[in-house]
Design a protein around this ligand. Structure first.
Ligand code: DC
Length: 212
């Protein structure tokens, strides 16, 4: 049986690092579902297609190859913004959720991270985590990341951006970002990624025991 771990939460809460760490520890396949929305958005932008035509966006979403997704080519801020916009379209979500569900069945286990994994994509996941942190902490992490990478950043602009993205992701009608009823909340505002990983490991080890 495949063990599915669902990790949801807002942008820059630490889900990505935590998910990769968990997948490595257990030898599970990992899918960052944000990349599926980003790849769709980038394909539309590259082809000069509109971001507000649901039929066109759905067609492009159905052509996204999960195997070739690479955050380094999809990380641009403009792509994240465009992804958040097309993510409100039900037809786009249906297309991408189908592909994500197929991925989640890979043996021996999978870790999927995103916004609606525990609520919509994999409601039967063995372990559900909702990873969050205050907007200020998330903006600071993003700021530090850019500066560490040699770039220049404007903290106030990043903070506004984080809040705007939260509003869009939490406020949309289809699959808004919210914790599943049975999700374990991990607030990483004052918790290191290592501490979050240990908390997650305890939950996953218990689920693995139950599944033997
Ligand atoms: O996690 P990210 O920044 O790469 O995600 C980009 C956008 O994609 C995010 O603002 C909302 C959307 N998204 C979504 O709607 N559902 C998911 N499961 C993952 C991402």
């Amino acid at each position: 049986m495949t063990l599915v771990i669902a990790i949801d939460g807002p942008a820059a809460a630490g889900k990505g690092t935590l998910s990769r760490r968990i997948a490595e520890e257990y030898g599970f396949h990992h899918l960052d579902t944000g990349l599926t929305y980003r790849a769709t958005a980038k394909a539309l932008l590259d082809a000069g297609l509109p971001l507000d035509d649901e039929g066109v966006a759905e067609k492009v979403a159905r052509e996204v190859e999960l195997a070739g997704l690479d955050r380094s080519v999809l990380s641009a801020h403009s792509i994240g913004e465009a992804a958040s916009k097309i993510a409100v379209m039900p037809a786009v979500r249906r297309a991408l959720v189908e592909a994500q569900r197929a991925f989640s069945r890979k043996e021996p286990g999978t870790v999927l991270d995103g916004r609606d994994i525990g609520t919509v994509v994999c409601p039967d996941a063995a372990v559900k985590l909702y990873v969050t942190a205050s907007p200020g902490v998330r903006a600071k992490r993003r700021y530090d990341e850019i500066v560490a990478g040699g770039g220049t950043a404007d903290y106030a602009a990043i903070f506004e951006d984080v809040k705007k993205r939260d509003e869009r992701d939490m406020g949309r009608a289809d699959s808004p970002l919210e914790p599943a009823e049975d999700a374990h909340l991990l607030d990483t505002s004052e918790m290191s990624i290592e501490a979050a990983f240990q908390a997650a490991k305890t939950l996953i080890d218990a689920a693995l025991k139950e599944n033997i």
